[in-house]
Design a protein around this ligand. Structure first.
Ligand SMILES: Cc1cc2nc3c(=O)[nH]c(=O)nc-3n(C[C@H](O)[C@H](O)[C@H](O)COP(=O)(O)OP(=O)(O)OC[C@H]3O[C@@H](n4cnc5c(N)ncnc54)[C@H](O)[C@@H]3O)c2cc1C
Length: 420
């Protein structure tokens, strides 16, 4: 694979796919390079926030998107032992999307890829891992990529690093990282769904743990929060010890703890929180987790990644049609998105240090903080957490123009004769 294009995006996660779609829609030749062969991975958040649904609406894609199987979370609740609190009420948001859609992220990314492929200037290469940046003097001019067919070079006016929290691009570009840290890791596992289970997501503080359950049709995708580096201790306790932890944490699904019969069914995700001092250098821009790795707290990392993508396309599309954006122009993306990122990371750090870390240390169910009683009692107050989690600060709107597409021919049904 040796090519010359306008934009190369490394990483086909939420940030990369949305940015690729918007740039191609604006008529820019764009290649998205994704190192995996498909989007099918368990350890991805499943939340498509109201802000993203609004963007879909602006793109004219909302109805088509919602025709895919999903569940809708209209009220977010938190459980502390046996007490349950309504925390955020998405029904109180303005606009059509009064809920967070829960859809396996591989379906969401497939949808974005399918829509992006309608634009002739969109290209995606799966199993294409970016291994090096190519530079001319001080300017990044492309990437080196490894594929099953061999290595190749892609030259571009701009490289966008959207390769997540373990970003190769930002390492190779030697962009300085401010490490904020996180005192916990997450164990990711599945428990079977049983008839009669609720289908709403669960976020539960119980004993010394925090346990999240996301409904995925015939199973629950579960996240167990543990102390940073604590997985070795858990494994040393053996499987029966782990099953006992699961019985405490899994609430109505406690009877299914024995379905975890091996630690091979449990995946450790190390949590990082950090951000780049500078998101760009000549010829290169980082967005999403590559620019600021987000903690899972609040489940808003996907939202921010998508918002970065929209801002990048809004700010850069017109210039990219003519020339390589200057560092100053690239820095405008950071200027627009850094403040919302800092606010969310601040909130995550407070939540993880004041609530999660204390819970894990004390090994007892924490007392619910008093604001939860207030939120549960007065419904209109729940619009503010809903806004913060579902829309975020400084929401973006699609401002890029769209190239005209050839209208699609109506699909032929079996028995129809082909048009002559
Ligand atoms: C345990 C956990 C749970 C989370 N749950 C939620 C949640 O429920 N809701 C939420 O909003 N956020 C959640 N987050 C945060 C969220 O996952 C991230 O903020 C979000 O995925 C960032 O999107 P992104 O596109 O920037 O990066 P990613 O989603 O990480 O995508 C990066 C992509 O780049 C690819 N890639 C990496 N390196 C290369 C390379 N060298 N070459 C080519 N491709 C490459 C990867 O395969 C991946 O597909 C969670 C985070 C963690 C750790």
């Amino acid at each position: 694979m040796n090519l010359n294009t306008e934009v190369v995006i490394t990483g086909g996660g939420p940030a990369g796919m949305m940015c690729g779609l918007l740039l191609a829609r604006a008529g820019i030749d764009v290649w998205v390079l994704e190192k995996h062969k498909d989007f099918l991975r368990d350890f991805r958040g499943d939340t498509v926030h109201p802000s993203t649904l609004r963007l879909m609406d602006e793109l004219g894609l909302l109805d088509k998107f919602l025709a895919r199987p999903h569940t809708e979370v209209r009220v977010m609740t938190a459980e502390f032992g046996r007490e349950s609190f309504r925390v955020a009420d998405f029904e109180r948001l303005r606009g059509r999307a009064k809920f967070t859609a829960l859809m396996p992220q591989w379906d969401f990314l497939d949808f974005l890829a399918e829509e992006a492929r309608r634009y002739p200037s969109f290209h995606i290469a799966m199993e294409a891992e970016v291994t090096e940046l190519m530079a001319k003097g001080n300017r990044i001019v492309g990437v080196r990529v490894k594929t099953p067919e061999g290595a190749g070079d892609l030259l571009a006016k701009l490289v966008i690093g959207a390769d997540g929290r373990h970003s190769t691009v930002r390492d190779k570009a030697k962009l300085k990282v401010v490490d904020i840290g996180a005192p916990f890791d997450v164990l990711w596992l599945r428990l079977p769904f049983a008839a009669g289970d609720p289908k709403e997501p669960v976020a539960r503080f119980v004993g010394g743990g925090f346990f999240v359950m996301l409904y995925r049709g015939d199973y629950w995708q579960c996240a167990m929060v543990i102390a940073k580096g604590g997985y070795d201790t858990i494994k040393a306790e053996g499987l029966s010890g782990f099953q006992a932890r699961l019985r405490t944490a899994a609430g109505f699904a406690r009877d299914r703890a024995e379905t975890v019969t091996s630690f091979d069914q449990v995946h450790l995700l190390t949590v990082k929180v950090d951000r780049l001092e500078k998101w760009a250098r000549r010829g290169l821009l980082c967005i999403g987790d590559a620019a600021h790795a987000m903690s899972p707290v609040g489940g808003v990392g996907i939202n921010l990644a998508i918002q970065d993508a929209v801002a990048a396309a809004n700010i850069l599309a017109a210039t990219l049609k003519k020339r390589t954006p200057s560092v100053h122009e690239l820095a405008r993306v950071q200027k627009r998105r850094e403040w919302p990122t800092r606010v969310v990371q601040r909130f995550q750090v407070i939540a993880q240090n004041q609530v999660l870390a204390r819970t894990i240390r004390s090994q007892v169910t924490p007392k619910p903080p008093w604001p939860l009683y207030v939120l549960d009692r007065w419904g209109w107050l729940r619009q503010w957490p809903a806004r913060f989690l579902g829309i975020g600060m400084r929401p973006e709107h699609v401002r890029t123009p769209a190239v005209l597409l050839e209208p699609r021919l109506p699909e032929l049904k079996t028995g129809d004769s082909a048009p002559t």
